[in-house]
Design a protein around this ligand. Structure first.
Ligand SMILES: [Mn+2]
Length: 239
């Protein structure tokens, strides 16, 4: 399981413990922590899900108070994250699509969850279209909890069943979409994203580079650090 489990168990799930250790470790020494989306296994709305992640939210708020600016990207599992969570974590910002990071005197860096680049997966993109609509989010947030739970289970089961028949290439980022992205953002030298569960570093002939953050595991995670405008892949091991 690559995402943080709902925090209703005692003791805390091992993946979540690893994440908390990261927040009091490398994250504490950073100027900014940018979460690339799908941190949470599922987010059914702030009114419901905040209670399932109280320790993680407290730890994120603590990090913000200690001076690390927190930005939260929305993924396809946690697109229903709202203002209440952002306030509770004292997040500086949220992003649903792409952000272009300008660092003084360094080439721009693009940040995105990554699913928008998986354009070969047409069925997924149809679903994604809805998750980006404000009216759809409003509609979901107004549903009773039991309906939201049922819907989440159904979507998950449907996606797992569908993914069995999809090739790995279809679920990865499309090279045509990447080429278009570099054309649309000529000043960008780097792209950082998640979503594909394939942490790595890829070079393009143009000199541009793509960095992919990994899942959260019980023993750690692969993340990207940006120092002096230069990204690098880092491994956080725990314990
Ligand atoms: Mn995702």
């Amino acid at each position: 399981m690559p995402n943080l489990a709902q925090d209703t168990t005692a003791p805390l799930h091992a993946i979540n413990q690893t994440f908390l250790a990261f927040l009091t470790g490398p994250a504490l020494h950073a100027d900014q922590l940018i979460i690339m989306g799908d941190l949470f296994e599922a987010w059914l709305g702030d009114d419901v899900s905040m209670a399932f992640y109280s320790r993680e939210i407290a730890a994120l708020a603590n990090l913000s108070r200690q001076g690390t600016q927190l930005y939260i990207g929305l993924g396809n599992r946690d697109f229903l994250i709202g203002q209440d969570l952002l306030k509770a974590c004292q997040a500086k910002g949220v992003f649903a699509d792409l952000i272009e990071l300008y660092q003084n005197h360094h080439p721009a860096i693009l940040l995105m969850h990554g699913d928008s680049l998986c354009t070969d997966d047409k069925a997924y993109q149809r679903l994604r279209f809805f998750t980006k609509q404000a009216w759809f989010k409003r509609f979901l947030r107004q549903l009773p909890l039991s309906w939201r739970l049922k819907l989440a289970h159904k979507l998950r089961a449907k996606s797992q069943a569908a993914n069995q028949y999809k090739s790995a290439a279809i679920m990865d980022v499309s090279s045509a979409s990447l080429a278009k992205l570099w054309l649309d953002y000529p000043k960008a030298q780097h792209l950082i994203h998640g979503h594909t569960h394939k942490p790595g570093h890829h070079h393009f002939e143009s000199g541009k580079q793509r960095w992919v953050v990994g899942d959260w595991h019980e023993q750690g995670a692969t993340y990207v650090a940006i120092e002096q405008g230069q990204p690098s892949l880092k491994q956080f091991n725990y314990p």
